[in-house]
Ligand binder design. Sequence first.
Ligand SMILES: [Zn+2]
Length: 91
Amino acid sequence: MGKKKYEKYYSLAGKASYENWNAVKRSTICGCYYCQAIYSPSEITDEDWIQDAHGRTVLCPRCGIDAVIGDTSGIPIRKDVLEEIHENKFG
Ligand SMILES: [Zn+2]
């Protein structure tokens, strides 16, 4: 793919998608870097999580993968950003 504009977010995205229930629920907008959907945290139901060592990790309500990040992480929730993170993690 193209050049790496958002490399600085790669490791942050990994952290922000783990044990992230509270952070995502506090966000205004969130997105999934697996299916690259962008949606409101209100779409995440009380069943969309798994328990990890120190808290709940959100599972994407669209694809079921634990790759959801919210804007409170500091990562801009935009299609081009999610696409590039996807390419880094799953490409
Ligand atoms: Zn997804």
